[in-house]
Structure formats: structure tokens, C-alpha cells
Ligand binder design. Structure first.
Ligand SMILES: [Zn+2]
Length: 328
């Protein structure tokens, strides 16, 4: 059976599954573009941890929204929920020290205490290090939700101790219309592709729709969809990918979408959920070339690359090694 753990999973499902397995993590990082309402989502998820009458809905464990705890969260009066926001544009070390103190105390109402740190990317190094100490040894029943547009804006040591939850902007259709108006006359599936790949970030979506990116997208897919690797092709792709971190990251997202599409094609054929629908021939070719097991290995290699990229690495060597490895 095809697993979906690396495809998009809604945050509430991830939390519900962890509670069911009695393996709830202590730190979560909510990422998503502007307008994806990350702090609101964190408050909603806090309700699952604080609710006195946790219920099952559509096979998910969720809050009741009726008990005294849920009502207090709704009116921002719950004594075990704390929301920290930047002061003068920065989350200060004193705020983190205060969190540390609060989380070490016994909860006042139920079993858990929750702290939400909004715009965690505004923490400077001292505050980040202070938070890291809390994450290293979280007190029993203490849970932290961090929000940031992007995981790369935080210390890798904080990211590695947190479960990443992705938030999507709600109004996809409006974004679709804006994009279509600004960059008209492209096939519908390309707007869809760029919005999904950018997770609703319009500026990024426009980059994905640029002639340059679409050109290299085709090159990259063609490279993956043939058994043989040509040295010349590898050279040009490496050169393109390693120009800067943004381009490299965009290519990683693209490669992930290719793997996701091949997995979808294996299971459902040419279904509308495939993101790179205009390049279906390459997806089909990939499906013939790689086994499902190999495709899952691809995903872990690409995930590893996303983390490794934040370190100071030689992009060119790294891109070349990754492209060679993917063809093995
Ligand atoms: Zn409740």
C-alpha cells in the first residue's frame, strides 16, 4: 500500500495520530505563507491539548468546543494557554525566560500547559538558545507551538526538535484568480501547479511560472525520466540549481512534486490531483522506471537535502551529488 506520510497531512491529523499513539511531541512548528493564519491554527490545536472532553470526529481526535476549557481558549482567558508575540518586532530573551518559568509550573486546570510563540523567526540568537534549552528538556505536560513563514528562518537545532505542521491559506480560489490576471494565457494546470508548490505564496508562485523556471523544470524531469544520465545534462542542471539557495530550494520542491506525482500515477493513473499534469509523459516514464520503494527513498533524500541546505555547504558539489544519487 502506498503511504502518504510525506505528502500533505493537515496539522490536526498529525496531532490526532500522535495522541492516539500516545507519542505526542512537545514542540511544533507551524509554517505557511502570509495569510495562512498560523497563530489561529496554533490556538485551535491548543484546544485539542486543553479540552476536557476530547471527542472523535471523522476518525480524528478533536476538541469539543463546548467545555469550560474550550470556551476559555476561545475568549483568550485560559490560564494554561500563553501567547507570545514580538515586542518592537523581536521576541526577546525575557519573554522566553518567562515561558520557561510558566511551563515549569503545574497546569492550573487540566494536565497540560501550552505556549504559542508567534513569529518565532524574530528571535535573536540569545532568545533562540534559551528556547532550545526548554525544547531539550520540556517539562511534563508542556507544549510549545512556534509559528514562522518558513522553517529555514529558525535555528536548525530548534527545527530538528519540532514537528513541522504546514498551514495552507484558505482561499486558494482567490489566489488562483489573481495569478491568472497577472500572468495570463497559461494552461490552467500550471496555475494550480505553481500555487501548490509555493503553498499559496503569490510571489513564489510567480517565480514558478517564469519562463526560466518552466524551462529548467522540463530539463529536470527529462533527466529523471531517462535511464541514462548524460554528463552534459548533469553539468547544466547542476549549474542552474547551485546558483543560489532560493533556486536550489525551488528545485527541491519541484523534485518532491515529481516524486509525489509518480506515486499518484502509480496508484490512480492520470488523475487531476497530479500537479505536473502538463508534463504527464515524464510522470508516466518515471512510473515505469522507478519502484515505489525507490520513490520513498527519493523523498527522504530530498528531505535530507532541505535540512542540509541551511548549513554552509558547497551548493554546486551538493547539487551534483544529489542529482547523481537520484539516478542510482
Ligand atoms: Zn472542550
Amino acid at each position: 500500500m502506498i503511504q502518504t506520510k510525506n505528502l500533505y497531512t493537515p496539522p490536526e491529523k498529525i496531532i490526532s495520530n500522535m495522541i492516539k499513539k500516545d507519542r505526542l511531541a512537545h514542540s511544533f512548528l507551524l509554517v505557511g505563507p502570509q495569510g495562512s493564519k498560523k497563530t489561529e491554527k496554533a490556538i485551535e490545536l491548543s484546544k485539542i491539548l486543553l479540552c476536557k472532553n476530547i471527542t472523535k470526529k471523522d476518525n480524528l481526535l478533536t476538541y469539543c468546543d463546548k467545555c469550560s476549557s474550550c470556551r476559555k481558549v476561545n475568549s483568550f482567558l485560559h490560564p494554561d494557554m500563553h501567547i507570545i508575540e514580538p515586542e518592537d518586532g523581536v521576541i526577546k530573551i525575557n519573554q522566553i525566560r518567562e515561558i520557561k518559568r510558566i511551563l515549569s509550573l503545574k497546569p492550573l486546570e487540566g494536565k497540560n500547559r501550552v505556549c504559542i510563540i508567534s513569529h518565532a523567526e524574530t528571535m535573536r540568537i540569545e532568545a533562540s538558545n534559551a528556547l532550545l534549552k526548554v525544547l531539550e528538556e520540556p517539562p511534563n505536560g508542556a507544549y510549545i507551538f512556534l509559528t514562522s513563514p518558513n522553517a529555514r528562518l529558525l535555528l536548525p537545532t530548534i527545527v530538528s526538535r519540532s514537528i513541522i505542521l504546514r498551514c495552507k491559506p484558505k482561499d486558494f480560489l482567490t489566489l488562483f484568480e489573481i495569478l491568472k490576471e497577472e500572468i495570463p494565457q497559461l494552461p490552467t494546470e500550471l496555475y494550480n501547479f505553481s500555487l501548490h508548490l509555493s503553498e499559496g505564496n503569490l510571489d513564489k508562485a510567480k517565480v514558478f511560472l517564469s519562463q526560466e523556471f518552466l524551462f529548467w523544470r522540463k530539463k529536470l524531469f527529462s533527466y529523471l525520466s531517462h535511464k541514462k544520465a548524460w554528463v552534459k545534462e548533469l553539468f547544466f542542471l547542476t549549474e542552474y540549481m547551485s546558483q543560489d539557495q532560493d533556486i536550489f530550494n525551488n528545485c527541491l520542491e519541484l523534485l518532491k512534486s515529481w516524486v509525489r506525482d509518480v506515486l499518484l500515477f502509480n496508484k490512480h493513473g492520470a488523475c487531476p490531483k497530479i500537479l505536473n499534469l502538463d508534463l504527464l509523459a515524464f510522470i508516466q516514464a518515471g512510473s515505469k522506471l522507478y519502484e515505489t520503494k525507490r520513490l520513498y527513498k527519493f523523498i527522504s533524500q530530498l528531505d535530507f537535502a532541505s535540512v542540509a541546505i541551511v548549513r554552509n555547504i558547497n551548493l554546486s558539489l551538493f547539487a551534483e551529488a544529489l542529482l547523481i544519487e537520484l539516478k542510482k
